[in-house]
Design a binder for this molecule. Structure first.
Ligand SMILES: NC(=O)c1ccc[n+]([C@@H]2O[C@H](COP(=O)([O-])OP(=O)(O)OC[C@H]3O[C@@H](n4cnc5c(N)ncnc54)[C@H](OP(=O)(O)O)[C@@H]3O)[C@@H](O)[C@H]2O)c1
Length: 350
């Protein structure tokens, strides 16, 4: 199957990472990049690592009617939260008018459609949803959890980067009563996107380490969605930290094992849950950000002493935490090989 990809918000980090992965994807026949701030400029002016791979320019907009009459159309939205929600109704009417609506798969990288209830969204993002009627209309794109729902899905909400790491580590704990669970997450500065900000500025970040949004991060609502979906009873206490890294998420989850669960059974649960998950690497001891940077892998490790258990997960926020996971979701939704365009080792040392 041939795929024609369109990226909205292509000038940012998510856009650049999507381009890097899609130009090597065996099914992708064309890519159009929309950028308001870079329209008319060559793509490598914003993404210098793609020089020589893409000679195209960024467009201010797309003429939807000019897209190929054959093959699938996959639209990735790599825009800040609230942007796609404001544009969705207009975009869908444009696709109808252009006669392509039934060929479009829309994958949103923002938080706009990850949560399905208006009040939960407002509590997490601090503002009402601009198009609350469509909450719940997107499949939550965590491939290792929602594999069957993602096959054939035409609206996909790609999970947050912290949420991906924590949920993958919790996925094998279906049906358990865990009580209090302490979750600590560490992120690199690229998690804040390409626009400069005080918290991502090199002089204030390079030699610092701090917690932020303690117990108030918007991804906690996504994590709680997984708990409900898998019938896990737990009180999550999530504290994110910003570290002097560029890429990477490292999650540490501490809990007490329920009485009936010993270490052997816990490890068996992980093996069984991920037996068909090509991008989960189970490691002895601690995972390493340096061995997953640039890849779509999430490394997961476990430590147990008595009833104390620690689950670790490490991934690249721009790949498994964003663009790579979006391509994995595209592959699943279109019935392509799950690994297509994504099966590559990382850089070590990163
Ligand atoms: N960075 C991560 O680790 C990460 C991980 C998971 C999910 N996400 C989510 O993925 C989305 C993209 O993240 P990113 O890191 O690629 O962000 P980014 O580097 O800031 O890029 C976002 C792009 O969106 C476009 N845009 C459209 N409307 C905008 C507006 N009103 N204000 C600012 N930019 C606007 C801009 O592109 P043009 O000027 O080119 O149109 C901008 O380059 C966000 O929703 C983010 O929360 C990010």
């Amino acid at each position: 199957m041939k795929v024609h990809a369109v990226i909205l918000g292509a000038g940012g980090y998510g856009g650049g990472e999507l381009l890097r992965l899609l130009i090597g994807h065996p099914n992708v026949a064309s890519i159009q990049s929309v950028s308001k701030s870079h329209s008319g400029q060559l793509i490598w002016s914003a993404h210098p690592h793609l020089r020589g791979f893409l000679g195209d320019i960024f467009y201010a907009d797309i003429e939807w009617g000019t897209l190929s009459r054959e093959g699938a159309i996959v639209v990735f939205s790599a825009q800040p939260h609230f942007e796609l929600a404001k544009q969705l109704s207009y975009l869908e009417s444009e696709w109808e008018t252009a006669g392509i609506a039934d060929r479009v798969t829309l994958i949103d990288l923002s938080g706009d459609f990850r949560l399905s209830e208006a009040l939960v969204f407002e509590a997490a993002y601090g503002k009402p949803h601009p198009y609350a009627d469509r909450l719940g209309a997107f499949v939550y794109g965590l491939p290792e959890w929602k594999t069957s729902e993602l096959r054939g899905a035409s609206r996909i909400a790609n999970p947050g980067c912290f949420a991906t790491a924590v949920q993958l580590a919790l996925l094998p704990l279906r049906g358990l009563n865990l009580g209090f669970v302490a979750v600590s997450g560490v992120t690199g500065s690229s998690g804040s996107g390409a626009l400069p900000s005080e918290t991502a500025h090199h002089p204030t970040r390079a030699h610092d380490f701090r917690a932020y949004k303690a117990l108030e991060h918007q991804h906690q609502a996504e994590m709680e969605g997984l708990l409900r979906g898998l019938d896990i009873t737990a009180q999550l206490s999530f504290v994110p930290h910003s570290a002097p890294l560029v890429r990477g998420i490292f999650a540490t989850i501490q809990l007490l094992l329920p009485e009936r669960l010993d270490e052997i059974t816990l490890r068996q649960r992980f093996k069984k849950t991920f037996r068909n998950a090509p991008f989960i690497r189970q490691v002895d001891g601690s995972p390493r950000i340096a061995s997953v940077v640039g890849t779509n892998f999430c490394e997961i490790g476990i430590a147990v002493k008595g009833r104390s258990a620690v689950l670790f997960a490490a991934l690249d926020n721009l790949v498994k935490g964003m663009a790579g996971q979006a391509v994995q979701n595209m592959n699943l939704s279109l019935g392509l090989s799950e690994k297509a365009g994504l099966w590559m080792p990382g850089l070590f040392p990163a």
